[in-house]
Write a protein that binds this ligand. Structure first.
Ligand SMILES: [Zn+2]
Length: 573
């Protein structure tokens, strides 16, 4: 599971300011009293015997390989991740599952861009004063280019017609460099554009671009944090998924891969640069920065015409690649086999000596046994159990996602460019961290939220489909009766777990999901998340339960009814 990212942290503070979403709180309560409404199907006994093929011993063997030091923490992209992908594919071939990646393979190829700042050739100057990259400014976006112009400050830069908001009112931005309070794409607090028709509003970036501006100087609310993280970007290349960035339409792969990023050159200024830029103006640099950080609405103005800002941003972009691993077990019913029950896990982790992996002594390899070696392994053993029959009516789709830790890349890619029709996916069950349990007498505060040996967090099951949630409860109570914990089943939870793993992208596309998760623990994203710490009995119990749930969903006469959508404001990441 990925950490809360920059955007996530900003959203946390926004959400905390909102009242608790009462209807959801009530719903979570009702989950506890919802009991086995529907008894398991007539397939139940056969499903139980099939589930018995998922064993702790086999899981242990697989996980010790996937989470070994040889894989170097399965960073995306990395040779260790590729090796893991091949290992999964070798198993799938042995189980005779149908390849469902690109061109008859188990791999869905994902092209990545590696962007590195060319420090020598990245320069900004104001008249004859030169600013230094890394000290006075940082490239903000991923666009290379040169620009020069007089400077306009555009306040928060948003134009929202139906709300009578126009930060650009009275300002001419043609051939100018525009300074904006904000990151250019996130509306200021209280000015949401969710649910507004796109013709009604312009973001600061799109307005500037359409009206002939030359470049943007962005002062985001998380200015300090951007600076802390941005300095990293000068020494490490920034990785992005090429096709996700460029594809306006999802149709033409080749064109999308070839197009360089479009738009204006963008920079993040330092305090010193802001004070030089705004010296002698109606608001000085400190005032503009203060307003930007506070989200305060400061009126825009044109700066003295004598101030000419020149920018040269040079970024070098190289290609890299990774892959999702995708397979299908074809259903036996000639009609229902066109529908799929999706099982997902992420097989990547945070690598070795990365900023997201805190070393423990000399050990810098984050093995990711629980995160998400446990889900990866579970899916392999479930694929094997399914492959030995009995074959369910619907098809089963298995996706091992890459790049989850980088920002849910693999699942975003798969749901944007699915290799099977996504509308035919009746539910997605995401397994991310199910291998750890809290031992009796453990008082370590870092393990406070870790679930016990017979317990698992169930997240999001009731957000879109009561029928799916009820089925999950019914299967569990007729089978191993694990303790389902719904603590995180609350959209305003500050941990934002619903948004932090791959199921989120399926939910975004209207697929009802369930996320199974054991809880954050002392070894989360540390080299000590190793296979010797796994509770293999728990992993077996949880995986067997999910296996039976998937079988029940695959054999049900109808797909689970999606009876509600997640509110739009909750879906904005
Ligand atoms: Zn993680």
């Amino acid at each position: 599971m990925r950490r809360l990212n920059l955007t996530g942290l900003v959203l946390v503070s926004l959400f905390l300011a909102l009242p608790l979403h009462a209807p959801y709180a009530q719903q979570s309560q009702s989950v506890r009293v919802a009991t086995a409404a529907a008894a398991p199907s007539s397939y139940f006994d056969a499903e139980r015997s099939a589930a018995d093929r998922i064993t702790a011993d086999e899981m242990k063997e697989i996980l010790y390989y996937i989470a070994s030091d040889d894989m170097l923490g399965r960073d995306t992209p990395s040779p260790g991740l590729d090796k893991t992908a091949q290992y999964i594919a070798d198993h799938l071939k042995k189980f005779k599952l149908k390849p469902a990646g690109d061109r008859g393979t188990y791999f869905q190829h994902i092209t990545l861009s590696r962007t590195q700042v060319d420090r020598e050739n990245t320069k900004v100057s104001l008249g004859d004063k030169a600013f230094k990259v890394g000290e006075d400014f940082l490239p903000f976006g991923r666009v290379s280019g040169d620009a020069e112009g007089q400077v306009v400050y555009a306040g928060h830069g948003w134009v929202i017609n139906s709300k009578n908001v126009n930060a650009y009112d009275g300002l001419d931005v043609r051939d100018r460099v525009v300074v904006v309070s904000g990151d250019g794409t996130t509306p200021p607090q209280g000015l949401s554009v969710e649910n507004l028709p796109s013709a009604d509003w312009e973001s600061p970036v799109s307005y500037a671009q359409k009206h002939g501006a030359k470049a943007l100087v962005l002062i985001p609310r998380n200015f300090e944090r951007r600076w802390r993280f941005g300095a990293n970007a000068l020494t490490r290349p920034i990785l992005t998924v090429t096709r996700l960035e460029n594809a306006a339409d999802d149709e033409d792969e080749d064109e999308a891969e070839a197009a360089p990023p479009k738009g204006l050159v963008e920079i993040l200024p330092s305090r010193a640069m802001l004070s030089a830029l705004f010296a002698g103006e109606q608001a000085d640099g400190a005032r503009v920065l203060q307003a930007s950080i506070a989200g305060e609405q400061l009126k825009g103005f044109a700066l003295a015409p004598s101030k000419l800002l020149s920018l040269s941003v040079k970024l070098s972009v190289t290609e890299a690649s990774t892959q999702n691993v995708v397979a299908v077990l074809e259903g036996k019913d000639s009609t229902l086999k066109k529908e799929y029950v999706a099982l997902g896990a992420h097989y990547d982790h945070v690598g070795t000596n990365n900023p997201g992996c805190r070393p423990v002594g000399d050990d810098k390899i984050c093995n990711g046994a629980d995160d998400d070696g446990s889900g990866t392994t579970s899916l392999i053993t479930m694929a094997e159990a399914f492959s030995k029959g009995p074959r369910p009516k619907r098809s089963i789709l298995f996706v091992w996602h890459a790049g989850e830790e980088k920002g849910l890349w693999g699942s975003e890619y798969f749901t944007r460019f699915p290799t099977i029709p996504l509308k035919q996916v009746v539910a997605q069950l995401n397994i991310d961290m199910i291998g750890r349990s809290k031992k009796a007498g453990d008082t370590n505060p870092a393990n406070r939220m870790l679930t016990g040996p017979d317990e698992i967090y169930v997240i999001g099951s009731r957000m879109m489909s009561d029928e799916l949630a009820d089925k999950n409860v019914a299967v569990n109570s007729a089978y191993l009766n694990l303790k389902y914990n719904y603590h995180y089943d609350e959209p305003n939870d500050p941990e934002r777990l619903f948004y932090r793993s791959d199921h989120f992208n399926y939910a975004k596309h209207g697929v009802p999901i369930i996320f199974f998760f054991d809880g954050v623990h002392e070894d989360y994203h540390r080299p000590t998340d190793s296979p010797d710490k796994i509770d293999y009995q728990k992993m077996q119990s949880v995986a067997r339960t999910i296996f039976i749930l998937a079988s029940e969903l695959a054999n049900a006469p109808t797909r689970p009814v999606v009876d509600k959508q997640i509110p739009a404001e909750q879906m904005a990441r």
